[in-house]
Design a protein around this ligand. Structure first.
Ligand code: NDP
Length: 245
């Protein structure tokens, strides 16, 4: 199926930021959406906005660190629409801090959300895509997977893992599957400056105010990868504002 209209797309981390913007972008172009995140009310508000505008969206409470929740997400797509065309693995947390602060719960959360969460998505969607002999993974990493700056070590490591896993999956995907990595730079979302070391978070938020791009720019990059004709795989998109070094 070429284009966006009619495709069944599941998005993790759809309750805010890049995930929400991607949901709006794809819904406006006729995708049928299944939206996953933990905050039920925020998620439902996004789904309701889409349906009120004539689109198709269903909210499913999902914690990507739980394997069963990803199966619920893909299962909801299959139950409602009979298929799943794209899984956008976008859920993430930028709890950045210097190692010396020993914020080990934050380290664990980033590993669980970015690495285990991505693997849980692959585990849930790959069998579906194989059965259909069609499907696309879109995995959201970060420019932090390319340029490591202190004190972003754990965040950068987990996003580097997303990059490596995506490329490995692409190489094993075969002719029927598409696998795309989207790596945004600073993006104006509530996720920047939330969590991690308060001083670092404040500095990131200030930097973001100066140089961030809108989440709609990342949504359009994800849309570009999805709308390609069958057989064309956008492997990697790195997108940042011109103000970012
Ligand atoms: P937001 O905080 O706005 O969005 C993060 C989303 O992930 C929310 O919907 C949140 O929903 C969800 N989420 C977090 N943890 C979990 C979990 N365990 N299970 C399910 N959903 C979860 O930030 P962004 O939109 O900026 O972040 C989206 C992605 O983009 C992340 O992967 C981030 O690392 C990446 N990114 C962001 C950049 C930026 O500058 N903003 C730059 C580069 C990459 P809920 O809390 O409801 O579960």
């Amino acid at each position: 199926m070429t284009g966006i209209a009619g495709k069944v797309v599941a998005i993790t981390g759809a309750s805010s930021g890049i995930g929400e913007a991607t949901a709006m972008y794809l819904a406006e172009r006729g995708a049928r959406l299944v939206l996953g995140a933990r905050r039920k009310e925020r998620l439902q508000a996004v789904a309701e906005r889409i349906t009120a505008a004539g689109g198709t969206a269903t909210a499913a409470v999902v914690d990507v660190t739980r394997r069963a929740d990803l199966r619920t997400l893909t299962g909801t797509a299959l139950d409602l629409h009979g298929r799943l065309d794209v899984l956008v693995s976008n859920a993430g947390t930028m709890a950045v801090s210097p190692f010396d602060e020993l914020r080990q719960d934050d380290w664990d959360a980033m590993v669980a959300t970015h690495v285990t969460g991505l693997l849980n998505g692959i585990g849930a969607a790959l069998p579906v895509f194989r059965r259909q002999r069609a499907g696309q993974f879109v995995n959201v990493a970060s420019t932090a997977a390319y340029v490591i700056k202190p004190p972003q070590g754990v965040y950068a490591a987990t996003k580097t893992a997303v990059k490596v896993l995506t490329e490995a999956l692409r190489q094993e995907a075969g002719p029927h599957l598409r696998v795309t990595l989207v790596s945004p730079g600073f993006t104006d979302t509530e996720g920047v400056g939330k969590g991690g070391s308060p001083q670092v978070a404040a500095a990131l938020a200030r930097r973001s105010e100066e140089i961030a791009m809108p989440p709609s720019a990342v949504a359009a990059a994800i849309g570009f990868a999805i709308e390609q004709p069958d057989g064309i795989d956008v492997g990697e998109v790195v997108i940042r504002s011109t103000a970012q070094d």
